[in-house]
Design a protein around this ligand. Structure first.
Ligand SMILES: [Zn+2]
Length: 125
């Protein structure tokens, strides 16, 4: 199974690295996701439309990392997070400068912060 033209994971990733915007996908059945998918997990349709997301959301899970992977060597400590987006759907990302989980409580408002650093970075509002 190959991705329909214009719906490759490379194009998706390019959206928030090169273009500085957080993107997602919408299906005609009403399903929305912020994570790249080849087909709608609800109805199976492959007719997905790219949509720009506001990048605003709230923290629903948070884990402080003190021993990072090589890619995040200069960022520790930081929080690895799951964000519930304002438009619906969840996405994983990270928040810089968090040493204590109390500094980034569940429900905290965050927004997408495009930049040169790896991953999907969020900043607390
Ligand atoms: Zn669908």
């Amino acid at each position: 199974m190959t991705a329909p033209e214009g719906h490759s994971i490379a194009d998706y990733l390019k959206g928030y690295t090169d273009l500085g915007r957080l993107r997602g996908f919408a299906c005609g059945c009403g399903f929305r996701t912020a994570t790249w998918v080849l087909a709608c997990p609800r109805c199976g349709s492959r007719d997905l439309t790219d949509v720009d997301l506001s990048g605003r959301g709230t923290i629903v899970a948070c884990s402080v990392q003190h021993v990072p992977s090589d890619e995040f060597l200069n960022e520790a400590p930081y929080a690895y997070v799951v964000v519930e987006l304002a438009e619906g759907g969840r996405i994983t990302g990270w928040v810089a400068g968090v040493a204590d989980p109390a500094d980034l409580p569940l429900g905290a408002a965050v927004h997408f912060h495009p930049g040169y650093k790896p991953g999907v970075q969020f900043v607390q509002d």
